[in-house]
Design a protein around this ligand. Structure first.
Ligand code: C2E
Ligand code: CA
Ligand code: CA
Ligand code: CA
Length: 277
């Protein structure tokens, strides 16, 4: 299938860029299979604005390639989606995150952790099975896992996606709509799908402290989310002014560089142990 991909891309022209991507896909495939993996998970804390505590994290994948450089996750996740590798990538993520949660639980650290999914994951026949088998194997509660999907992911194959999400809900997993506010027909989805959390896209949050329009959008999105019984998370909180505004708007959670960048599991715990609300 590597051959096929090569031919397909090569015929499209644009040799250089495609060849680079083919090499990257190939290298990523080995990374997924490697024992001593150049892949690892970073974790970014989410601040519970009401309690001042950190009780949730988002897991974000990282890859250091053979040249020792970080590859942009958005880029290689996108490539993995196109190359039919996303289901394998997500399994890798699920396994590593659940193992990490189990280790933290044993050490007395209890977090609810978000995992990012792609449209293909949720539609995959074995997805629920794999997730369930893995939490059971490591004795992690399903309620400790939140699944983040974007509005775009939720727009594909809606009937099947609704069935899957309802199944996951009954098993105890939580569902979050990521990058909320930049997609299409979002309101209909909030009505019909079993969603627990809204994550307001960072494009509205990054400049929140400087932009009255962002403030209007964010405060009314929080009101809407609450009316619908959802937890609302703001991502991309980079300064204390924005955090203060979110507090004023009654936002539930804040995530962003102001608190911490995504960091390795060890660094996260060091940071967490020192954290004072
Ligand atoms: P996302 O799910 O929207 O993740 C949030 C992104 O915002 C992360 O980028 C995070 O580092 C960044 N971020 C967090 N706080 C701030 C802030 O205060 N300011 C700014 N400017 N950025 C902030 P990252 O880690 O580079 O990931 C980019 C995207 O790649 C993710 O966007 C997600 O779509 C995808 N991704 C990352 N890890 C995974 C994964 O394990 N699985 C899947 N399917 N996708 C992933
Ligand atoms: Ca996310
Ligand atoms: Ca997001
Ligand atoms: Ca995204």
């Amino acid at each position: 299938d590597k051959e096929q991909l090569f031919v397909r891309y090569y015929q499209q022209g644009e040799d250089e860029a495609y060849l680079y991507k083919i090499r990257l896909i190939d290298e990523f495939k080995s990374a997924l299979e490697s024992e001593n993996s150049p892949l690892f998970m970073n974790y970014q804390p989410k601040l519970n604005i009401n309690t001042g505590k950190i009780d949730k994290l988002e897991a974000l994948i990282r890859w250091i390639n053979s040249e020792g450089q970080f590859v942009n996750p958005e880029m290689f996740v996108g490539l993995a989606e196109k190359a039919g590798l996303i289901v394998t990538l997500t399994r890798w993520v699920i396994l590593h995150v659940i193992q990490q949660i189990a280790q933290w639980n044993q050490a007395g650290y209890r977090f609810q952790v978000s995992i990012n999914l792609s449209a293909q994951d949720i539609q995959h026949e074995q997805f629920v099975d794999y997730l369930l088998t893995t939490v059971e194997k490591y004795e992690v509660e399903a309620t400790q896992i939140t699944l983040e999907l974007t509005e775009r992911d939720l727009a594909e194959n809606e009937g099947l996606v609704a069935t899957r999400l309802n199944h996951l809900k009954t098993l105890g997993f939580e569902i979050s709509v990521d990058d909320y506010g930049i997609g299409q027909s979002s309101l209909a989805k909030l009505k019909s799908l079993p969603v627990d959390e809204l994550k307001i896209d960072k494009c509205f949050i990054l400049t929140l402290d400087q932009c009255a329009k962002d403030q209007d959008i964010v405060s009314s999105t929080i009101l809407l989310g609450h009316k619908l019984g959802l937890r609302v998370v703001a991502e991309g909180v980079e300064n204390k002014e924005s955090l203060a505004l979110l507090k004023e708007f009654n936002c539930d959670y804040a995530q962003g560089y102001y608190l911490s960048k995504p960091v390795t599991a060890d660094k996260l715990i060091q940071w967490y142990d020192d954290y004072e609300p």
